[in-house]
Structures are given as structure tokens and as C-alpha cells.
Design a protein around this ligand. Structure first.
Ligand SMILES: [Zn+2]
Ligand SMILES: [Zn+2]
Length: 152
């Protein structure tokens, strides 16, 4: 479907491998997230999709939940506010911490090197099963900091 030179991943194959049917809306949700530099809330994803087609909000929520359950997306908590969604970590997309601005609600991906984390020992010694490690750094983003300075 897509050429090998495309920077985008083959999401149809990703869905099929997870045992999910390939639907236009599922592909579009994945493409929106793939094209975004930061994780998005369900509302952001719905707004982007609604620009070019009539998909309702409930459908978007259902798709997001299902893709999270199948490990294709990761759901990132943002301290009581709406969840943010991003593509789950895999070999092309290593796990990394996220920065959450408590003022404007923007979430950003930080580079994996920004907070080096060796989980080998934990994984080897933890008696249960670790499915996901989520690290969120809360603070004020640089845009908000600038605005706050202007206000004072
Ligand atoms: Zn902010
Ligand atoms: Zn991220």
C-alpha cells in the first residue's frame, strides 16, 4: 500500500498483526497521531478528523480505547485532565518521558536520552509482569512561562 520510502509506518499491517480489522477511521486515527509531534487528547484527534469527514466523537473514543487495549497506542495520564494518546513504543519508537504543562495542558515528547532510564534490573527482579512504564514530568512550558512574564 505505501512505498518503503515513506516515513510513515504500515498501519494496515500493524492493525492486521494485532488481529484488528483495517478500517478507514482506525487508519486515520493512527495517521493523525503519526503526523503529530506530541501526544494528542481525544478531543484534538476528533477535531482534526472532523475537518475532513463526519466522524463522531464516540467513534473516536472507541477506536482509541481499542487501539490502547491492543498495545498499538499508549494512553498517557495528564493529572486529572483528559488523557493524551500517542503511538506505543516499539523498535522504531523507543520509550521516552513526556512533559505536561499544567497551565495550558500541552503534552510533549522528550527524547529518550533526556532522562536515561535503565529498567533491566527492575524487569529482572520484579516478581510480576511489567507492561508499561510511564514517566511524566509536570511543569510550565516555555510558551506559558513567557506569557506569565508578560503578565507581571
Ligand atoms: Zn503551557
Ligand atoms: Zn511521546
Amino acid at each position: 500500500m505505501k512505498s518503503n520510502t515513506s516515513p510513515h509506518r504500515d498501519f494496515a499491517a500493524l492493525l492486521t498483526d494485532a488481529g484488528l480489522a483495517v478500517t478507514t477511521n482506525r487508519l486515520r486515527v493512527l495517521e493523525v497521531l503519526d503526523g503529530s509531534l506530541s501526544p494528542l487528547s481525544a478531543g484534538d484527534i476528533h477535531r482534526t478528523l472532523a475537518r475532513s469527514s463526519s466522524v463522531n466523537r464516540v467513534t473516536v473514543y472507541r477506536i482509541l480505547e481499542r487501539l490502547v487495549r491492543h498495545g498499538i497506542l499508549e494512553r498517557l495520564s495528564s493529572g486529572g485532565r483528559a488523557f493524551h494518546y500517542g503511538l506505543a513504543a516499539d523498535t522504531d519508537h523507543p520509550p521516552h518521558p513526556h512533559f505536561y504543562c499544567t497551565r495550558c495542558g500541552q503534552m510533549d515528547c522528550l527524547s529518550p536520552a533526556s532522562l536515561p532510564m535503565d529498567t533491566t534490573w527492575l524487569r529482572r527482579t520484579f516478581p510480576g509482569r511489567i507492561d508499561k512504564i510511564e514517566i511524566r514530568i509536570d511543569g510550565i512550558c516555555k510558551n506559558c512561562l513567557r506569557k506569565m512574564k508578560l503578565e507581571t
